[in-house]
Structures are given as C-alpha cells and as structure tokens.
Design a protein around this ligand. Structure first.
Ligand code: XLS
Ligand code: NI
Ligand code: NI
Length: 440
C-alpha cells in the first residue's frame, strides 16, 4: 500500500526537553495520568473534513495544500483518503476519527448513487478499523453546503428539503452504527435565519425538533446506543443560529423532550463567537448534566469568525481539562480536533506539526488539571467562599424553611452585612494557577 508520508516516522514521546519537532513533549499515550492512560483520558480524534479534505480555500483565495491524495477520480480519492487518514492516525497515536457523510464520499448524480458510493467507503473504513483498532468517535451529515440547503435543512421553509435532509441523516446514522460510532452530531450550519422578515421562527424550531426526534427514534431502532449531540454555535454561516450556545440549546432540548437523548458537543471557537469562554460553555453543560464531547480548536481574539486553529492556548486547555475531569471524564465523547493548519502552512509535514501542537497542549492541560485538583487550593477556596450556605440562615434558605418574612426579620435584626463578604481573591487564585502550570 502507498505510504503517503514516507518522511514522517511514528511520532515518539520524548518529553518536555526535546527539541525534535516531530516528537511529543507532553503526550505520552500510555502513561497513566489521573488514574487512566493519557489516550483514555484525552480520546483524541482526527477530523476528516479539515485534515483529509481542507485544502486552505478561503473567501479570498483558492486552496494552497494538495489534498487530492494522488487521485483525480472522486471514488478512488475517497478510498485513498481512508488510507491516508489511517496512516496519520497511526503515526500520531490518535485512536478516533469524526466525519460528515460527504467528507468520506462526495455527492454523485442521484441520492441513490451517492448512497451506493458512500456504502463502499464506509465498508472500507470498517475493514481498516478492524485491521488497526481505530474507532469512530462520531458521525454527522453535511446538511449545509449543497445549494438545496440554502435556507436550512431541518429548518427549511420547503418540506421537500426537510425530507431530503431526513434521508441524508438516516443514512449518516446508519453509517455511524455500522462503524460502531459512539456519537452522532447535529451542528446546525444553516439552521437559523438571515432576517425575521422572511422567517417563521416558531415553525422552524418545531420542525428542527421533529427531525431530531425522528433521528433519535430511528437511531435507537437500529441499535445506536451512543449519544446524540448538538454542537452550539451562535452564528456563521447564518446571522443567527438556533443552537446559539449551551444554555439556549438546553432550553430547546427540554422544551421538546429531547434532553434524555442529547448531550453537548462543545467547540472552543464557537464559545468565543458566543462571547463566552470555552470553560463557561463546558461548565454550563456539566452543571446541567449535558457534558458530552469537545471540538478542540481555538479562535483568534482579533478575528470575529470561526478560524478553527489548532489549540495552543495552555490556559484554555488546562481549564477545559479541569471541567472534563470534574465531569467524570469522557464516556462516549472525546477531543476532536475540529481544526485546520493555517492557509500558509500548506505542506504535508504541517499536518503533523499541527496535531502535535494541539495534542501536546491538551496533554499539558490534562497534567496541569490533575495537579490543580490534587493541589486543592482553588477548590477549597470556592468551597469556603460559599460556606454561609452550610448552616444558619443559608441552610434554612436551601432547605426551603425560610420565607421572605423570615429573611426580612433576619436582615432587620442583623443590620448591614460586613462580616461575611470576604475578598474574591481573583489575582491570588490566578497566581496559584500560574504556579501550578509553571512548575509542572
Ligand atoms: C462548524 C462546525 C462543524 C461541526 C460538524 O463550525 O464546527 O465543523 O463540527 O458539522
Ligand atoms: Ni465543530
Ligand atoms: Ni466550528
């Protein structure tokens, strides 16, 4: 079989002092950190769209990277992509991958033909999985790039488009089950609106929920036991996306009774677009029982769009892994690098440098988060800060024993609050975090 990256060895772990650009400095896959191996804790996944298909095309220019994998014919290219992807995963010690249906195999003439070609690629992926032990983290359907989806898929004003999307999603769920995937993602690329002047928002949201209900019922009927995810994003490509942020999505899922089957797939760059920190989105998901999976990437503070950069911000990675550990770790989910090398980083080696950068950042994040929790100073501070709720009037409020009148009486008797305020100590806490990171 062709080796696509003959000049790239299997990437070894060489430790933080190594200067070898093709070595991990922090990611030691089989080292035990926080009670599990790093590969089990981190569950890294390769994103088929960016890594195997993304050639650097942007709004201002054509592609810069060659992602043809040596094949002109689309069907032959789809198969070559599988071989190349499994080689990348092997060389980087990545155990999982994620795809949109059309990343694996493009659209051909009719839906029937498209499905038949798709099946061949899925069968080939299955064979490769069996040979290598690699796994599918999640699948999804690309219901946003074809012109038929210009007004949305599940939220299109056209019932015919809704039906087409349902057919596409049905097939994508089948492929996920066939490949043993533990997740199925809905990311609402065009499920939103450009202007309310032409939009029946209530019907569109009801219809989106109808599509999700059908997907859950069908998935469960063919044996899918994993999680369905919604991946929140506030905008882009639509001006307003219905899956705006985690809090909005939780409200949607509860309204339509979908909350038992869905969890969140949280993407760092989408959090930024929603004016939240990555940690905020993870915390909202965790606190409400919706923590699921992660699209690991990062945006640029000076650019207002989804730049999908490989994550190298160590602070974000530590605080992300802190939330993951506090949520009990990944079950069906993992860390999918929904990230692409910059347009100027166009050579095959850049794929490896990019993943090494992202994987090492999260490996560092895991190590530091474990230390942060073991250190305990920050958790203890937070616990103490809320100690007024453990006894006295605080406990009475929590136990439902205090009325408004009781509280009025209490406040009148006690007078101005002076003794239980306490400093928030933000700077002290930030320097504890720094100390833990700097001395890892
Ligand atoms: C786009 C999304 C997309 C989803 C999968 O912004 O991140 O790539 O992860 O459809
Ligand atoms: Ni994503
Ligand atoms: Ni994104």
């Amino acid at each position: 079989m062709t080796e696509f990256f003959a000049n790239i060895p299997k990437i070894p772990y060489e430790g933080p002092k190594s200067t070898n650009p093709l070595a991990f400095k922090y990611y030691d896959p089989d080292a035990v950190v926080g009670g599990k191996t790093m590969r089990e804790q981190l569950k890294f996944a390769l994103s088929w769209w960016h890594t195997m298909g993304g050639d650097g095309t942007d709004m201002f220019g054509v592609g810069t990277a060659d992602k043809t994998w040596g094949q002109k014919d689309p069907a032959a290219r789809a198969i070559a992509k599988v071989d190349a992807a499994f080689e990348i995963m092997d060389k980087l010690s990545i155990d999982y991958y994620c795809y949109h249906d059309r990343d694996l195999s493009p659209e051909y003439g009719s839906l029937a033909e498209t499905n038949a070609e798709f099946d061949k690629v899925v069968a080939y992926c299955r064979k490769k999985q069996e040979e290598t032990g690699k796994k599918l983290l999640w699948g999804t359907a690309k219901c946003f790039d074809h012109p038929r989806y210009m007004h949305g898929a599940g939220t299109s004003p056209s019932a015919d488009v809704f039906a087409y999307a349902a057919a596409q999603i049905k097939k994508a769920i089948e492929s996920t089950v066939e490949l043993g995937g533990s997740g199925y993602v809905f990311w609402g690329g065009r499920e939103g609106y450009e202007t309310l002047l032409n939009t029946n928002m209530a019907l569109e949201q009801d219809n989106m929920a109808r599509l999700m209900r059908m997907a859950v019922d069908y998935g469960r009927s063919i044996g899918f036991k994993g999680d369905f995810y919604i991946e929140p994003k506030p905008k882009e490509p639509t001006k307003h996306q219905y899956d705006f942020d985690t809090a909005t999505v939780i409200g949607f899922l509860r309204k339509y009774g979908l909350d038992k089957d869905f969890k969140m797939n949280i993407e760092a760059n989408h959090a930024t677009l929603a004016q939240h920190t990555f940690q905020h989105e993870l915390r909202v998901a965790r606190d409400n029982g919706f923590f699921g999976s992660i699209d690991a990437n990062q945006g640029d503070a000076l650019l207002g769009w989804d730049t999908d950069q490989f994550p190298t911000n160590a602070y974000d990675a530590v605080l992300c892994m802190y939330e993951v550990l506090k949520a009990g770790g990944f079950t069906n989910g993992g860390l999918n690098f929904d990230a692409k090398a910059r347009r100027g980083s166009f050579t095959p080696e850049d794929i490896f440098y990019s993943y090494i950068a992202g994987m090492d950042t999260f490996a560092f994040g895991l190590r530091a988060a474990v230390k942060l929790i073991e250190d305990g100073r920050i958790d203890k501070f937070v616990e103490d800060r809320y100690s007024s709720w453990n006894s006295g009037i605080g406990k009475d409020i929590i136990d439902g024993k205090a009325t408004m009148a009781d509280l009025e009486k209490y406040a009148l008797e006690k007078g101005e609050v002076t003794d239980s305020l306490g400093s928030g100590r933000q700077e002290m806490l930030e320097s504890i975090l720094n100390q833990i990171m700097f001395t890892l």
